[in-house]
Design a protein around this ligand. Structure first.
Ligand code: SF4
Length: 722
């Protein structure tokens, strides 16, 4: 059954070029797939979890698998972000574990050494931040501290720290050592850019002077590696801020001047926000216009990214000389086995990245990486999940899944992969639940992949059947004879104003036109174009902003009201905040931030300032409420109420998953469905081995790294009580 999915077929010869080995200085990449350095929210806190995650990618066919940026010194402390550290020899074992795991999987291990300069506020180390110039630190939180301009001695010290980190990287077993000058996160870029380098000495002014530090770091790293590891340079090709910043014209000169030093050029765009553009704001291969033409300036291989999931696009970029290696961060998260699937002729099985940047939100919230498409991401060691493998069923219990949204589809798919007979019943005519609806909104078409991949996999599983237009009552569910029932019936948006600001319903006149997102995608509002729509967003993720766009496209005069100080505030965690706020304004949406909706009347709405409480009334023909959702859990509740009937129906368990349990992100719904399938008939108490090796009693437990305690009491400090 599932073996049909796994059976390799010969790879399509069109893709042969992707599997040619590439020499990178002293090392040989087995193919052209390179997992570029990417953050993951694990860092120094969760090195074993990271090792397992990277290993799965190596096993999945990537020729090179890299770490995220690795802080080289306490003056590069990016707290609160959790990245890897290589401050001293004590950090080597954690880094070595990751390198060993990558080697176990069959790939070369790359490490990205980073001194973050003025991007490091040093909140933990409390060292004064360092930068080319005396300027405020460049952090997301606008920390109230400035970097001091580095002296010549500071620069010499930085070079020593970087050399020491390179030596430690070699000791940890890495094959490829990065010098980082990208994403606005590295001091080497801060020196390169006239926006951040206003020095007048030998490290400032002319381009030759501004590139001096990068030249020195590359030279030092090359000397330290001395043919035992390759040297890569990750370089921003354009900061896209015009003449005041680092421009392509200058980067072309840098590439030519420094080409003898690295063994690999890794080309990125501007800041992290620019380089990791979501699908809502940019297509696959979106970096191509910025990178094209640079390859001919250098003699070393070039890697670049572009959220690549199409092997045809990859081949084209290689053949047209844009890139030599296909770089990937997000596509390798969504499908760690992407290269292997191309190699095995299973392109249809690739779980394509949807470009939502939920993975980035892990790093931004200092939590373990997660992925909308790949629920096993970050769970490889913690819970023992694998993106491709799952243990066989323990018994032939037939399972009914009610609801075919992201949670129901993933539960059915994973249960089917385990070999369980599964029936999915869906009340509507389409599979996909909220994803099917939301992917029709502006910019979200790629999100449809969440449904398409799962339905494609379900089609290959003979033991899984789906029935549409099949609303199911508790009586019917009990009468079908399933041993287990999974309730994945989703959630619906509230129409009473309750959300974060209001925890009780607001006054709404019965004659007022009030709609929810569910109303919007079930039928167009029956008002003529030009009607005044007030969209109240107290949800703060993407939907309010996207619906505002959609309503503008429908010809409405849109006012977006939100208690937050920015539109779609949580999209800061998906690197979209700036684009969202720019777009709604460019579209002509009237934006009222710091205001809460207080009441709705016929043709008008009252809002209050969240700071002063002062109220104002604005005209509104329709009010759209994007505030909070209620689980649709009637079936679950009724089945639990009828527990006395379970034995008669041969029913052993009823479990609620996804939004029907607790509304959240699509990623959370997919994860919830997967968790059901993983936990079913699993070891009692879940997978969380306690420190004594026994099973943890709490099913919510998972494996975690325990802090190694330092010797206690500490060595005498020399301070006396005189
Ligand atoms: Fe792609 Fe979204 Fe997964 Fe990130 S979370 S890898 S953007 S699908």
């Amino acid at each position: 059954m599932f073996a049909a999915i796994l059976r390799p077929v010969p790879r399509d010869p069109r893709y042969d070029i992707l599997f040619e080995p590439v020499r990178i200085g002293p090392v040989l990449a087995r193919n052209r797939f390179l997992q570029v350095p990417h953050c993951n929210g694990m860092g120094y806190r969760d090195p074993t979890a990271q090792a397992a995650m990277r290993r799965v990618k190596a096993e999945g066919g990537w020729a090179v698998v890299c770490t995220e940026q690795v802080e080289i010194h306490p003056t590069s402390d990016v707290t609160p972000f959790i990245e890897l550290r290589l401050w001293d020899d004590g950090d080597i074992p954690a880094l070595a574990r990751i390198a060993d795991a990558i080697h176990d999987g069959g790939a070369l291990a790359g490490i990205e050494l980073a001194h973050n300069g003025p991007n490091a506020p040093n909140l933990t180390s409390r060292e004064p931040p360092l930068g080319p110039s005396a300027l405020p630190v460049r952090t997301w939180a606008n920390d109230p501290v400035q970097a001091r301009a580095m002296t010549k001695d500071d620069i010499a010290a930085l070079r020593r720290w970087h050399r020491a980190a390179a030596r430690r990287a070699l000791a940890a077993g890495y094959d490829l050592v990065y010098v980082y000058a990208g994403h606005g996160l590295s001091v080497a870029q801060h020196f390169l850019s006239p926006a951040t380098n206003t020095r007048t000495d030998a490290y400032g002014g002319s381009l030759e002077n501004r590139m001096r530090l990068l030249r020195e770091l590359l030279t030092d790293t090359r000397e330290e590696c001395d043919g035992r590891a390759a040297v890569a340079c990750r370089l921003t090709v354009d900061e896209l801020v015009g003449a005041g910043g680092l421009r392509r014209e200058e980067v072309e000169q840098v590439l030519v001047a420094l080409d003898p030093l690295p063994d690999l050029w890794d080309l990125v765009l501007g800041t992290w926000e620019l380089d990791s553009c979501t699908s809502r704001f940019g297509p696959e291969a979106g970096e191509e216009p910025f990178v094209a033409g640079l390859r001919r300036l250098v003699t070393k291989p070039v890697v670049g990214v572009g959220r690549f999931t199409s092997p045809d696009t990859m081949v084209r970029q290689i053949r047209e000389g844009v890139l030599d290696l296909i770089g990937a961060a997000r596509p390798s998260i969504a499908d760690p086995w992407l290269p292997r699937k191309i190699e095995e002729g299973r392109v249809d099985d690739i779980r394509e990245c949807i470009g939502c940047n939920i993975c980035v939100s892990g790093d931004m919230t200092m939590s373990t990486v997660r992925c909308t498409q790949n629920p096993s991401m970050g769970e490889e060691w913690r819970r023992g999940w694998h993106p491709e493998r799952i243990r066989p069923r323990a018994c032939p219990d037939p399972i009914l899944v009610v609801g075919a949204g992201p949670a129901g589809l993933e539960a059915a798919r994973a249960l089917g992969q385990r070999g369980y007979p599964v029936v999915v019943v869906e009340a509507s005519r389409t599979l996909g639940g909220r994803v099917a609806k939301e992917s029709g909104l502006p910019g979200l078409a790629a999100w449809r992949r969440v449904v398409d991949w799962r339905t494609g996999q379900l089609d290959k599983l003979e033991a899984v059947e789906d029935y549409r237009e099949s609303p199911t009552t508790a009586e019917e569910a009990l009468g079908y004879g399933f041993a287990r029932i999974v309730v994945a019936t989703g959630a619906r948006w509230r129409a009473d104003g309750v959300g974060r600001w209001h925890t009780a319903p607001i006054p709404i006149d019965p004659d007022a036109a009030v709609l929810t997102p569910d109303d919007l995608w079930s039928a167009a509002p029956a008002l003529p174009p030009g009607a005044r729509v007030l969209l109240y967003d107290d949800d703060h993720y993407y939907l309010g902003g996207v619906l505002a766009e959609s309503l503008v496209a429908g010809g409405y005069d849109v006012r977006l009201v939100t208690p937050a100080s920015v539109v779609s505030s949580w999209t800061a965690n998906t690197l979209e905040l700036e684009r969202v706020n720019r777009r709604v304004r460019e579209l002509g949406v009237t934006v009222d931030t710091d205001r809460a909706l207080a009441a709705v009347g016929p043709g008008e709405a009252t809002t209050i300032c969240t700071w002063t409480g002062r109220s104002a009334t604005v005209a509104a023909d329709i009010v759209v409420l994007v505030t909070a959702r209620l689980p649709v859990d009637d079936l679950h509740t009724e089945l639990l109420r009828r527990r006395a009937d379970w034995d008669r129906a041969d029913l052993r368990s009823v479990t609620c998953v996804g939004d029907a349990l607790a509304p959240g992100t699509i990623a959370a719904a997919v994860w919830s469905g997967r968790r059901y399938a993983e936990d079913l008939d699993g070891p009692a108490g879940g997978l969380g081995d306690g420190p004594d090796g026994g099973q943890a009693a709490d099913p919510a437990a998972y494996r975690r790294e325990y802090t190694a305690l330092a010797p206690w009491p500490p060595e005498p400090s020399g301070v006396t009580d005189e």
